[in-house]
Ligand binder design. Sequence first.
Ligand code: ADP
Ligand code: MG
Length: 233
Amino acid sequence: MAILVVAHEKGGVGKTTLAFNLASFFDGFLPTKIIDLDSNRMFTTLNSFRGYCNLKSFNVVDPTNISEEEFYSILSEYVGANDKLLIVDSGGYDSTDSSRIMGIADFILIPAGNKMVEILALQKYEAVLDRIRSAKKEAGFPDEMPCYVVFNRVHPNTKNYEETDLGRFLLESSHYKLLSSVIKDRSSFNNTLVEGGYTVLEKGSFDAKKEICDLGEEISEILYEKLNGGNDE
Ligand SMILES: Nc1ncnc2c1ncn2[C@@H]1O[C@H](COP(=O)(O)OP(=O)(O)O)[C@@H](O)[C@H]1O
Ligand SMILES: [Mg+2]
């Protein structure tokens, strides 16, 4: 089901946590490959914990272990594909590879919390997205960027997300679309990972599992519509 990039130049927003849990969601029914582009290789480290705990490891490609040719051949195999998914845990804009992948991605997932510093970071990130969009346009591709923000680590008591500072910012933004799924601040997300590379689907609380499943389903629906939308009727 195409290329899903989890991106944001800001660290600590939940890219790896969501990429890892979404890999678990999608891997259940779709061949799923992961590229760990972040220089700290956190996804790869968490994946190696899975081996020690006798859990099935995810299919992670180490971009430093393959040639540039192989790297781009994987991308062209997955872009727009209906029957398999490539999840990219991006380290932000600091590499040419991550901006290129964002340029061809079918879905860009951006986690953000409802804090002023995170809203400012999203605002700053718009310039990066604009640069990638212009490069796409110059190369003759549609200059739209499929950027979807998911609220992550929100306080469990938060209600009416659209009326929060982040919600208001996103509703006015021309760069981001707001997903209706919300991931709350839950110890389950951190505990499962540090316990041995588990995902919340394997060992998390009911609420954390439901949030990941809702997010995975929302992403699937948007991708399905994008990839098959024009062919149905
Ligand atoms: N929804 C959440 N609830 C609780 N902790 C979270 C949640 N999302 C992320 N975290 C924690 O926040 C920290 C940073 O997350 P991480 O996924 O490593 O961010 P990034 O990859 O963007 O740098 C980690 O310790 C992670 O366990
Ligand atoms: Mg990370």
